[in-house]
Design a protein around this ligand. Sequence first.
Ligand code: PBG
Length: 329
Amino acid sequence: MSDFLRVRPRRIRKNEFTRQLIAESRLSVQDLIYPMFVLEGKNRSEDIPSMPGISRMSIDLLLKEAEALVELGIPAIALFPVTPAELKSECASEAFNPDGLAQKAIRALKEFVPDLGVISDVALDPFTSHGQDGLMDENGYIVNDQTVEVLVKQALSHAEAGADIVAPSDMMDGRIGQIRKALEQQGHVNTCIMAYSAKYASSYYGPFRDALGTAANIKGGNKKSYQMDPANSNEALREIAQDIAEGADMVMVKPGMPYLDIVQRCKQEFGVPTFAYQVSGEYAMHKAAFANGWLNEEAVIMESLLAFKRAGADGILTYFAKQAAQLLR
Ligand code: PBG
């Protein structure tokens, strides 16, 4: 007898309560990390044209915003400093200035909003005159080991300022091990490392480079000699394995939505705390579609973030964090 349908997948979709009961993944405010851009000065805020709704702001305004984020339940922010051109150099020494903008912002955040986790970016691009993430030799090549020495100093200066998590986003080889060793030796044994382990040489970073003022700079035009080829997946797993072995506490995949396959493989293979970065270009294209009325803003934001959870991410760095937190209320 096959005149009836024994299996009807639609049965459990009929009511909201069964849909809720069988949901395999959920998004919560605790999954969200908000990237923020900090500027020198006081009571200063600048819009970023390619990232509508996001601005660069001075530390005093950043603190106010940080309080609002805590109020919303957002657990952490990722901090990116905008360096004035006159402080950029070939050797990027501003990166480890104990009184640099990032270090000052970290100190202020930990003093005034101690409950908010602070994740600091470790890479040299905001500080080099050429906009690359490391030191450049006479042929324009980004040299690895000398760059790592500067990254170690930068990471230490962040830890000393009170950063909870340092996040190397530079893709130099061996930097996690060297940073971990220096943190241990200097007594920062509980400073976590979130490694940008699988970071691709992506064209989705454009608006971020506008935000930091590194876009016009980038000498050589791309970062392909250190960031990964978008064609590769096994290579990402090797990068992740290496960073875990060197002492990373959590790993990251970046960009986000076009790389959810990497997030999934990472989580399945290693079972480590796995984060994904929905980057500036992903934000910008969503915003452009919302502004044109082509997509439903609230629904698409939530769907895009839930997709990260389904793929296995423990948390998401996203410029939608604040908006999503409001929607989740
Ligand atoms: C640089 C860095 C980049 C981002 C985070 N850290 C850009 C790059 O590698 O050029 C991109 C973030 C985004 O696009 O939102 N170390």
